[in-house]
Design a protein around this ligand. Sequence first.
Ligand code: NAP
Length: 281
Amino acid sequence: MIRSLLFSNASSFKQVVSPLYMSAKHNHTMNRLKGKVAIVTASTEGIGFAIAKRLGDEGASVIVSSRKEANVNSAVSSLRKQGITVEGVVCHVGNKDQRKQLLETAVKKFGGLDILVSNAAVNPAIATTLETSEDAWDKIFDINLKCSWLLAKEAYPELLKRGGGNIVFVSSLTAYQPIFPLGPYGVSKTALLGLTKAIAGEVVHDNIRVNCVAPGIVDTKFASALTTAESAREQTLSIVPMRRLGKPEEIAGAVAFLVSDDSSYMTGETIVVAGGALAHL
Ligand code: NAP
């Protein structure tokens, strides 16, 4: 009724309302994170890059990082072109000196640290869980779990200096439901749910919140083995009620919520972003 009074025809309604709707939908410059400094690991492409961009769009100063300098340089230049305040550091999360460098960059360039997003993970094994080699098992748990713990441990004093902050771990749908051939990888991601709860309970009085996001199958290089061939893609999507892959930006939105005051009464939780796929332990 109101619509018909205000707009004599459908096209004028669209002309006036759609741009408003679109700008609200895509306007991430609401400054929820203004003045905050964020480190995102493994952030030169895929989900990490989308998280870095989203936190930057919301006003944070961001440090992007990954193993290869060329990737770091290209991510920094792409984000700067998009108006984001960003620095880049080469950091293999398994390298102690490079992790130190990552934290020092936050302090030197931006004055401290408020947000840590631990996003790096590997899966060197394409085998059943019992046929996975010990080396592959160690690598998976080293990078996916131990380095997340180390990053949180090393970031903690910096968060304390700021009077609090946020840590987000990036887990996976496979934390809840094993997807062959990602058995051990899934177990490492299940452990991250426990790590989230363990640390959250211990730092709650330091004004530090610790949460986790569990993406479903997201359209990145990492998931390409599950999604490139048509048959593999169909089988993969059969567990997803939305019948499509997630977009890195859809994971980034959940992370931005978790590190903002909009989730101020949440800690120790995991948000599953997986197109409706079943996720429970
Ligand atoms: P991706 O698109 O393949 O991106 C990987 C990023 O990680 C790149 O920037 C890469 O850059 C960097 N990287 C790889 N190993 C690293 C290491 N040891 N230290 C630091 N950086 C490293 O991967 P993604 O799909 O975005 O995955 C990101 C996170 O989401 C992972 O934790 C993954 O387990 C999780 N996840 C992904 C999916 C999915 O379907 N894609 C689903 C659930 C969970 P360099 O090569 O320069 O190091």
